[in-house]
Design a protein around this ligand. Sequence first.
Ligand code: NAD
Length: 257
Amino acid sequence: MNRLREKVCIITGAAVGIGQACARRLAQEGAAVALFDLLDSQGEALAAELLQAGCASRYWHVDVAREIDVSGAIDAVAAAFGRVDVLVNNAGIAGANKPTHELTEEEWDRVQAVNVKGVFFCTKHAIPHMRRARAGSIINLSSIYGLVGAADVPPYHASKGAVRLMSKTDALLYASDNIRVNSVHPGYIRTPMVEHHLRDSGATDLDRALTELGRLHPLGHIGDVDDIAWGVVYLASDEARFVTGAELVIDGGYTAR
Ligand code: NAD
């Protein structure tokens, strides 16, 4: 119940999916949660739900690809809650699913803008607050596709590889400030992103498509959002105080082969 007591956590892409679950579990463990997203009604509803449950929570409309949005919101979080202890860089998009030779520059750039530059902007503007406190935990959502390849969505896989190494670089840069930086590598998790991806790939029976996707994982099924959220809670907490530059793989064995 109190693994994150008095910690202030920012979660990007918090309105649905993995980010929403992270917000719920971090709040359940006693954190104050700042929710960043573009989906205002879902974001506001989640903040209201958490407030109702007695957790400190507030929603900000933030496009992580816009530095002005990010810097203003992170400073506003520090002003509202007094500090920034944890940043969960979760916002991400799948982007165009075309082979490399058919992609446009714009399609490539859009994915990098959200998935890579978004992580850079949020990290850049959270670091000064964490340095002042001489403590912090930054958790970057990479993917199994930051570790291994697959024959689809090339800009997405490139972005997740980048996030993996950005995490290690920042882990080394800020270790002396007692700021830990780690990446999380989920296998397939049932979220709006995966449902859209399956529909875009022509799936008509969603449950069947999800079952088939599950067979790619040695444990035989895809994951649940909470499978990732509990990993994020661990990395956010002082239980992980000696963990930095690490890759937390939560993938039902997908990358073990
Ligand atoms: P999702 O699409 O279900 O939710 C993503 C959230 O990010 C949404 O609320 C969306 O509005 C928000 N978002 C998108 N662009 C944004 C922007 N520019 N600024 C602010 N918010 C923005 O995705 P998800 O499946 O929950 O994935 C969350 C993270 O986990 C992503 O980084 C994704 O790449 C990663 N991931 C997901 C899976 C999976 O199977 N679902 C697997 C590996 C990694």
